[in-house]
Design a protein around this ligand. Structure first.
Ligand SMILES: *Cc1c(COP(=O)(O)O)cnc(C)c1O
Length: 380
């Protein structure tokens, strides 16, 4: 059974050698642009490639503004900070996510509240979110949503588009609007993913993307904040650039800022990768189609794009019958040179977040026991 999966993946990638989970591809102008950046001597955070990369991402996702950052985590940290997340507020997110989501909340000295995901999207459940807000919060005179358990303001909500499948983001935004909670979308995994034709990351007040080496496109390390809010965009650029006041020769900083800007060298890579992005997405989707066909009559269930989502299929995933079979599958594939891995341990089970407030997490727990990522490098 599992042998046929290994055989199929080896046939897909035409190799019996080790097959990593998701390898970057550099097939275009990467070396040319990086060399140009070196020759220009603008290798740090000022340079034409940073501006061009920001412009390309803004255009691609359909956002008014894009601000390039050193990585996706720093983009999320700043995104949360700019919507007012601090030590006096709390942030709702999903327990089934990459650690960066919860870490960024902690960087703001805020606390996460974990709400369950939907089984079909692997993303935050709008229904369970609404149930929690109805049962466990009230609106104060200032129109803020107060958590009855802690008396703190629930300031923001961070849904994540898992593996490049869109969560029910429109519904999530509708619920959050009702409770005056700002949506910050963790779209780190979903560049090229649309919900009802609109690009993920553009539904909330702020969206963030990651260009880490294993994402759909890479800058080595990098991230992006996107927003339609001009004031927020300006603040994002300012505080990611050490809050330096623009001046011809004086050297002044007007608040505690961050050295979070993307370098021109990295952005050069990003501009070249953007030229390949449409091809990458086409090929990721073609690979997913081959998996769909292969797993059609299998005991393993391939995770298809949910309703309303046009997914980038960044990471392909299957659902095993139970935890025991998941473990057997993980062991067999990894022993045979195919890198596979389980979905993340739930955030609320990690030492740092074990005291966090949680609603019922039955879907996340069910998925945690069963979901495995399989080979997802684009085949060109
Ligand atoms: C990759 C990723 C990030 C950001 O990661 P960086 O490595 O900091 O770029 C954030 N959230 C999720 C869900 C991710 O997958």
């Amino acid at each position: 059974m599992y042998k046929s999966v290994v055989d199929f993946i080896q046939e897909l990638y035409k190799t019996k050698d080790f097959i990593p989970l998701h390898e970057p591809k550099f097939i275009g102008n990467e070396k040319k642009y990086v060399n140009e950046a070196i020759d220009s001597t603008f290798v740090s955070s000022i340079g034409k490639y940073v501006t061009e990369f920001e412009k390309k991402i803004a255009e691609f996702v359909g956002a008014k503004y894009a601000i390039a950052t050193s990585n996706g985590t720093s983009a999320l940290h700043i995104g949360l900070k700019l919507v007012g997340v601090d030590e006096n507020s709390e942030v709702i997110t999903q327990p089934l996510t990459f650690i960066a989501t919860a870490n960024a909340i902690a960087y703001c000295n805020s606390k996460p509240i974990f709400i369950d995901v939907d089984k079909d999207t692997l993303g935050l459940s709008a229904k369970k979110l609404e149930e929690f807000l109805e049962a466990s919060t009230y609106m104060n005179d200032a129109g803020e949503c107060i958590n009855t358990q802690t008396n703190k303001v629930i300031k923001a909500c961070v849904p994540m588009h898992t593996f490049g499948h869109a969560s029910k983001i429109e519904e999530i935004v509708t619920v959050c609007d009702k409770y005056n909670i700002t949506v910050v979308e963790d779209a780190a995994e979903s560049l090229g993913t649309y919900y009802k034709g609109q690009h993920t990351g553009t539904f909330g007040k702020v969206g963030i993307f990651s260009f880490n080496g294993n994402k759909v496109i890479t800058t080595g390390g990098g991230g992006m904040i996107v927003t339609n809010d001009e004031a927020l965009a300006k603040r994002a650029k300012h505080i990611t650039t050490t809050a330096k006041v623009p001046h011809d020769y004086e050297y002044i900083h007007d608040e505690v800022g961050y050295n979070y800007r993307l370098t021109n060298l990295a952005a050069a890579l990003g501009v070249a990768q953007m030229e390949s992005l449409p091809l990458f997405i086409e090929k990721q989707r073609a690979l997913a189609t081959r998996y769909q066909e292969f797993f059609k009559d299998s005991e393993l269930e391939f995770i298809n794009e949910p309703k309303h989502s046009t997914s980038n299929y960044w990471l392909n995933a299957v659902i095993l019958k139970d935890r025991e079979r998941r473990d057997a599958f993980l062991k067999y594939t990894n022993d045979n040179g195919i890198m596979t891995r389980s979905i993340w341990r739930l955030m609320n089970k990690l030492e740092m977040f074990k005291d966090a407030q949680c609603a019922n997490l039955s879907n996340a727990e069910w998925l945690e026991d069963r979901v495995v990522n399989i080979s997802s490098t684009v085949i060109l």
